[in-house]
Design a protein. Structure first.
Length: 118
């Protein structure tokens, strides 16, 4: 069982930055592929960025050049650095973990709210 705890959300003005963290309570963090998802009000939860166990990354087009996903296996933590935030980035952000490929994630955090004011 993997427990994930997100932190770092909050209220920020458009153009500002936030850094989300997701701490995993698992011994073998390095074997997990990690992802950040978000869910805006009235919308489905969608992938934002992911990082594989080898460190390769992938982003949705709307955040490329603004968001950076990274991981620190020594700290069992994955990060999402978000710069140049826009009001449309407002959502609850979730981290997720899986040992599989693709977008099938087995473990989820409770989410952290990110609100970007215009």
């Amino acid at each position: 069982q993997v427990q994930l705890v997100e932190s770092g959300g909050g209220l920020v003005q458009a153009g500002g930055s936030l850094r989300l963290s997701c701490a995993a309570s698992v011994r073998t963090f390095s074997i997990y592929n990690m992802g950040w998802f978000r869910q805006a009000p009235g919308k489905e939860r969608d992938i934002v960025a992911r990082i594989s166990r080898s460190g390769s990354t992938d982003y949705i087009d709307s955040v490329k050049g603004r968001f950076t996903i990274s991981r620190d296996n020594a700290k069992n933590t994955v990060y999402l650095q978000m710069n140049s935030l826009k009001p449309e980035d407002t959502a609850v952000y979730y981290c997720a973990a899986t040992t599989k490929g693709g977008l099938l994630y087995d473990y989820w955090g409770q989410g952290t709210q990110v609100t970007v004011s215009s």
